[in-house]
Design a protein around this ligand. Structure first.
Ligand SMILES: NC(=O)c1ccc[n+]([C@@H]2O[C@H](COP(=O)([O-])OP(=O)(O)OC[C@H]3O[C@@H](n4cnc5c(N)ncnc54)[C@H](O)[C@@H]3O)[C@@H](O)[C@H]2O)c1
Length: 435
């Protein structure tokens, strides 16, 4: 691990108004948090033309070494991300630390003049949201949150279909992200060399309660609320981001949730089953489910129900299907208990008023499917959009406000389940209305 000796600019220098970049400008990227998602994100990020990875920070030596194995020995690596933020050659950072570091790392980076791609959930607690939004505004930095499906062509198609009235007036969205495996339930492998020497435990803990080294907490941090945000922050947040992007809504006004630790009773304090119901001011309800013991395969998807049909997004096939079923124009009848004569008379009157709409049989179902091509990556598109924003200085769709509205809504579910009460939220002002 090389120490960064020459401080070319003071840590957390005041941000200057960024110059507008030309579309061909090269962008030097640094990664903060080189675990599963950090490495996966970086593989996509460096495929965007003009983007180069120059530095990596992580708290586990093995991941710093592996970063060099992946991206070359010239890479600057450190346990202390402030050394990266002090480098003038770094234009943007990708933050993929555990959730409890998101706010601090993002604000530190923006104050140091870097643009930020911040993994979801944007926040760990609600108080983080306004601070991140304000820092992005005050420093004039680009901040994009990492719910990559917001850049997916499948979600863009769903948004277009909904807006075109394909399913009429939306009244309900139900979404799920179920899993049924140990890896799916966050039991990630702890490396054989995990120790206080190879893992920078105090730095990992940050603002979390100080406790003795635990390799399990370091590598499986999602299982504890001190570092993660439960299944709501991990997975509901994607479903909120998708719902908000597709419907254009700012978020729910009411949230109620219930759940429990149903299977993975291994010392974790985060639930493995969570169900939430939410009211949206646009006049629809959202129901959400995460089940880590669902008896089947991992399944991610949405069902949008409207007055004239349904629209389904299926994660496995990366597709959206619309089934148009307009409500019948006639009200129907219920006459079977009347006398035969009254039935005949009522039916005759009814048919005079409502002639048979489709005499040759039921109307054909109008089904339309759009699927992303094989090999399509919404992560690549999300990074393409991020770097386009870095170059144009125009905030991306999934900016800090969007990120707070999605993650803030997700945390309402945790709060409701923990407090055993309905939580009211102002989605425009992004504030809890009752406590
Ligand atoms: N967008 C997605 O689909 C998606 C998927 C997975 C994870 N994520 C998000 O990415 C983030 C990381 O998740 P992960 O699965 O990669 O976790 P991980 O445990 O595999 O990696 C996190 C890394 O951060 C490092 N780290 C911790 N504190 C640090 C600090 N102060 N400075 C530098 N490095 C630090 C750890 O050493 C670890 O290597 C989470 O917020 C998660 O929600 C997003």
């Amino acid at each position: 691990m090389a120490a960064f000796a020459t401080r070319l600019q003071p840590l957390f220098a005041q941000a200057q108004t960024p110059a507008r970049r030309s579309p061909n400008d090269n962008i030097n990227l640094a990664l903060i948090g080189a675990g599963g998602q950090g490495q996966s994100d970086t593989r996509w990020a460096v495929q965007v033309p003009g983007v180069k990875l120059v530095a990596v920070a992580d708290c586990y030596n093995g991941r710093l070494v592996h970063s060099k194995e992946l991206w070359g020995n010239d890479l600057f690596t450190t346990r202390d991300y402030r050394e990266i933020l002090a480098r003038p050659d770094v234009d943007a950072v990708l933050i993929a630390t555990p959730d409890h570091w998101h706010k601090t790392a993002a604000i530190d980076a923006m104050r140091a003049g870097k643009d930020v791609y911040l993994e979801k959930p944007m926040i760990h607690i609600h108080a983080d949201g306004p601070e991140i939004i304000e820092a992005a505004r005050a420093t004039n930095r680009i901040l994009q949150v990492g719910s990559q499906r917001v850049s997916s062509i499948v979600y863009a198609k769903a948004k277009e279909l909904l807006a075109s009235g394909a399913i009429g007036k939306l009244n309900m969205v139900s979404a799920r992200w179920d899993r049924n495996s140990s890896q799916g339930a966050w039991n990630y492998t702890v490396p054989l060399d995990a120790s206080p020497e190879t893992c920078d435990w105090p730095r990992f803990l940050g603002s979390a309660p100080k406790i003795p080294f635990s390799a399990e907490r370091f590598f499986q941090w999602r299982k504890w609320k001190d570092y993660g945000s439960g299944v709501a922050g991990d997975l509901f947040v994607h479903l909120f981001s998708g719902t908000h992007f597709i419907t254009g809504s700012n978020g729910p006004t009411r949230a109620m949730a219930t759940g429990g630790l149903r299977y993975w009773k291994d010392g974790r304090d985060a639930n493995d089953v969570l169900l939430a119901l939410l009211d949206y001011p646009e006049g629809f309800n959202l129901s959400l489910r995460v089940n880590f013991v669902d008896g089947g395969e991992e399944s991610e998807g949405f069902l949008f129900t409207g007055s004239e049909g349904q629209m389904e997004i299926v994660g496995k096939t990366n597709s959206v299907t619309v089934t148009r079923v307009p409500l019948a124009k006639e009200p129907g009848y219920s006459i079977g208990t009347f006398t035969n004569a009254m039935q005949a008379q009522t039916l005759a009157e009814y048919r005079k008023k409502y002639p048979v709409e489709h005499p040759s049989g039921p109307p054909p179902q109008n089904v339309e499917t759009f699927a992303a091509p094989a090999g399509y990556s919404d992560s690549f598109d999300h990074f393409t959009n991020f770097f386009a924003s870095v170059r144009s200085r125009k905030q991306p769709v999934e900016d800090a406000t969007f990120g707070f509205r999605a993650a803030g809504a997700a945390l309402l579910a945790n709060m409701s389940a923990e407090r055993d009460s309905i939580i009211h939220w102002d989605p425009k002002l992004m504030k809890i209305v009752n406590t």
